[in-house]
Ligand binder design. Sequence first.
Ligand code: FES
Length: 170
Amino acid sequence: MANNTKGRRDFMGMALGGFTALGGIGALYAMKRSWDPLPSVKAAGFTTVDLSGAQENVLNVEKWRGKPIFVLKKSKDMKADDRDVVIGSDRFHVSIGLCTHLGCIPAYIGDEHKFKCACHGGEFDASGHQIFGPPPSPLEVPPFKIDGTKLVLGEAGPEYKKMLDAGLTV
Ligand code: FES
């Protein structure tokens, strides 16, 4: 009898533990969703990001091959640049979000239209050009292809090859 009670208590404990774990996973999933404002699909080295829902001057950070990828829809008052990814009448800054000095992840300051790197004070403008501090070169543009309103990261489309040929990224 005593054994039975203990057995039931163990079972209840395990069941409750299971519910708690499930709740934790649910909360993590909800958090992950809120970090992922643009729908993206990852498959075999490619990340496809649908840019149709992007908001101006709001930085989206995608992940491609373990690296952060900055996707910033430019507002009309932001300077156009040869490194912009142009989709219809919209312009996007797309870059690998690693400082070209020593690889920290810069933060985007929307009010100033600048990326600032906390490690050694480096700054980049909204087109990824270094404008202050130790970074020796612009933020790199990852290989990309435009597919309608989608951006395929990891595939070198004609727009990316043009940037490479023009020496606008490495
Ligand atoms: S790593 Fe960014 S300024 Fe040094």
